[in-house]
Design a binder for this molecule. Structure first.
Ligand SMILES: Nc1ncnc2c1ncn2[C@@H]1O[C@H](COP(=O)(O)OP(=O)(O)O)[C@@H](O)[C@H]1O
Ligand SMILES: [Mg+2]
Length: 387
């Protein structure tokens, strides 16, 4: 919802970051969490656009950590891309206020940040195979450019974000409490999710036993967090760095596919429509793996499909937990919304498990460079309709 007097607030924010008074602005609605605006300012060189973004205070309790992570990541990426002529469209720089901080607090106590605007670029909400491949390329490049970023300097902006075991424990606790009397309705899904403890503990164990490293992870690897060139649809920058944290690469890989390879919507009620699209899996993997192959070990590459299962299990558990708790976390837009979401993720999980060996084979095939069947991708121009 656009708040009252937003024009005044945007002027104040823009001035606080020393950007000048906006002559026009637009609310950009492709995001899921924050409130994002493009503002246009007249400078000696002509009109210039900036991004002003109000942080979601429900999701982010320590906004200072978000902007510090953003600054660290951008500094690292800019060093790597310093000779790239398109560097200004491949990284997003934060501006500072006169006081020297990256945040401005408005009269209501909300936090704002200001960033460079990426010109001639679009984000895409619903991927097709080409966008999936290029989203894979974008996140693979992001991962590889950050493979030597000092992880110890990164903050955890949401604690335990992908601690799958903890998410399963929370589900078990909510089922035990059953405070809304809904357990009997979700018994089948509950039993299904609880029957995969090995997938829930997989990454923690692999890490504890030294087989996979912690890496810089993005944690929201949807295609609408990639800016693509508006004409060629080549990936430019990864945006939305709020959830960048130390984590496991396979979680980023898996979450991109949990979202992008589901042939149905995340809350589809007709479960016969839900399924995991192996062509989308292949497309993402063909984009991602060649970019990370040199910085990952063979074993880490083989763990990538486990990320798909872990992320879907975790997501299903979170929806189910919220349904049992009385819909207190996720915004619900229809009756039993969390129940439908959970059932949809559980159905997706079943389909993914039936395709797990196929996923592993595709990863091996791409890693070996011996690709048996390459996806034929859509023409970039046909993508315009998805933006
Ligand atoms: N630096 C930028 N330049 C151009 N457009 C941007 C920029 N940052 C964000 N956007 C647009 O705003 C949308 C929402 O931004 P995002 O940071 O992803 O917000 P959220 O955290 O709410 O998901 C993006 O999908 C994109 O279309
Ligand atoms: Mg976003």
């Amino acid at each position: 919802m656009i708040e009252d007097n937003i024009g005044i607030t945007l002027s104040e924010v823009s001035e606080s970051f020393g950007l000048g008074l906006p002559v026009s602005w637009e609310h950009l609605k492709n995001g899921n969490i924050n409130q994002t605006y493009r503002v246009d300012v007249i400078t000696k060189k002509g009109k210039r656009a900036y991004i002003l973004q109000k942080l979601n205070s429900n999701a982010f309790k320590t906004p200072q950590k978000n902007v510090e992570n953003h600054a660290l990541i951008t500094k690292h990426l800019r060093e790597k891309l310093k000779n790239d002529p398109d560097i200004s469209r491949k990284t997003v720089k934060l501006y500072k206020t006169a006081e020297g901080g990256y945040l401005y607090t408005d009269i209501k106590g909300d936090y704002w940040r200001a960033m460079t605007y990426i010109y001639g670029a679009v984000s895409v909400n619903k991927p097709d195979d080409l966008i999936m491949r290029r989203t894979g390329e974008a996140f693979g490049t992001f991962q590889s450019l950050l493979s030597d970023c000092p992880i110890a300097l990164l903050h955890e902006t949401i604690s335990g974000f992908h601690d799958t075991e903890k998410r399963m424990e929370a589900l078990a606790q909510s089922a035990k409490n059953d405070k809304c009397g809904r357990l009997s309705e979700i018994k089948n899904e509950y039993d299904l999710l609880m029957s995969f403890p090995a997938y829930a503990s997989f990454f923690r164990k692999e890490y504890d036993e030294g087989r996979i490293p912690l890496r810089v992870t993005h944690n929201d690897t949807k295609c609408n967090n990639v800016m693509f060139d508006e004409k060629t649809f080549e990936p430019l920058a990864i945006i939305d760095l709020d959830t960048v944290m130390p984590g496991f690469a396979a979680h980023d890989f898996g979450d991109a596919l949990r979202f992008g390879a589901n042939i149905a919507d995340e809350d589809e009620e007709d479960l016969s429509k839900v399924g995991f699209d192996m062509d989308m899996f292949r497309a993402f993997a063909e984009g991602y793996i060649p970019k990370v192959k040199d910085s990952f070990g063979t074993y880490e590459l083989e763990t990538l499909p486990y990320g798909v299962i872990a992320m879907t299990l975790e997501c299903a558990a979170r929806f189910l937990t919220d349904y049992l708790d009385g819909d207190v976390y996720f915004i619900t837009r229809k009756d039993k919304h969390n129940l439908h979401r959970a059932k949809c993720q559980a159905a997706l999980l079943k389909d993914e498990l039936s395709r797990f060996n196929e996923m592993k084979a595709v990863v091996r095939e791409i890693c070996s460079g011996n690709v048996m069947r390459r996806t034929t991708y859509s023409e970039p121009l046909s993508l315009k309709m998805h933006v």
